[in-house]
Write a protein that binds this ligand. Structure first.
Ligand code: ZN
Ligand code: ZN
Length: 286
């Protein structure tokens, strides 16, 4: 079973990636939510370019990936579920939920800490919002995510299959909730109790800092409601809201590969991160 998972895991993940990607790309053509502002060929070349770069880098740095870390933990008796005997179904379910919660907390952290926000703003600087936005992250953030995931897996000791389920789920939901697709309002309202929907996560890509610092969940929508970071809709509405971050609005920089790779090292961190907010004195309550 272990050998089957280890040898088939990359193929399973890749098939899901291409399947969900193709479905979302088609859905975007037939029922788009918003009109795009930057030529799709330019953005897709840049966004998919960084995905190829990140994939090659991860294969090189961490060939065994997260599932390899889970195997290592299992072999060494590390982690809660390798230490305390737990029914398989419960260990799988709890591991997927805990890993998702860890990703939520990591997402809050990369918004709050100024140096980490520099990395994460590559994801936010995209001037449009579609299926490819969900996969664009700076290579340094990808490495950081992987190391955090390794640490969580080391403490949790999840079953191997739980790690595969979690990775496939995270990948699929990230493409779904970044997709520029129109969902009936009623369906969205019901669906967002179970999974983060495109309308829910789009709020997170608003230029307004209080909206950017909302809806951090990727797969499960419960953490935002539980921890008080949930925001139902953008103030300006989904059609009128601006996507991206303030101060970085040049498509030649933010939607081209060289500009994206150097973005963390340019300019100052303002407004969005935890101790960089400025208010004018007229805003202060007397
Ligand atoms: Zn974010
Ligand atoms: Zn996002």
């Amino acid at each position: 079973m272990i050998e089957f998972i280890l040898s088939h895991e990359p193929a399973v993940r890749l098939s899901f990636f291409f399947g969900v990607f193709a479905s979302m790309a088609l859905w975007e053509i037939f029922a788009p939510r918003r009109a795009l502002t930057v030529p799709k060929t330019q953005r897709w070349t840049a966004n998919l370019g960084i995905v190829v770069l990140n994939t090659l880098m991860l294969r090189l740095l961490f060939p065994a990936a997260a599932v390899g870390m889970a195997l290592f933990a299992q072999q060494h008796g590390w982690g809660v579920f390798n230490y305390f005997p737990t029914p398989d179904w419960l260990a799988v379910l709890a591991s997927v939920v805990v890993l998702d919660c860890a990703i939520y907390l990591q997402h809050v952290m990369v918004h709050a800490v100024p140096a980490l926000w520099r990395l994460h703003r590559v994801h936010h600087a995209d001037l449009d919002y579609d299926v490819t936005t969900g996969a664009r992250f700076h290579p340094f953030e990808i490495v950081l995510s992987m190391l955090i995931k390794f640490a969580v897996i080391g403490v949790l000791g999840p079953p191997l299959v739980a790690v595969v389920i979690f990775e496939v789920l995270l990948n699929a939901t990230a493409m779904f909730n970044h997709a520029n697709v129109r969902l009936p309002i009623g369906l969205d309202r019901v669906l967002r109790w179970f999974v983060v929907t495109p309308d829910m996560h789009r709020v997170h890509h608003s230029v307004e800092d209080d909206e950017t610092n909302s809806n951090f969940g990727f797969s499960l929508p419960w953490w935002d409601r539980l921890f008080g970071t949930y925001r139902a809709q953008p103030r300006a509405g989904h059609d009128a809201m601006s996507i991206g971050i303030r101060g970085y609005r040049d498509p030649k920089q933010v939607d081209r590969l060289p500009g994206m790779l150097t973005l963390p090292f340019t300019g100052h961190v303002t407004d969005y991160a935890i101790n960089r907010r400025t208010w004018s004195s007229s805003d202060e309550r007397k």
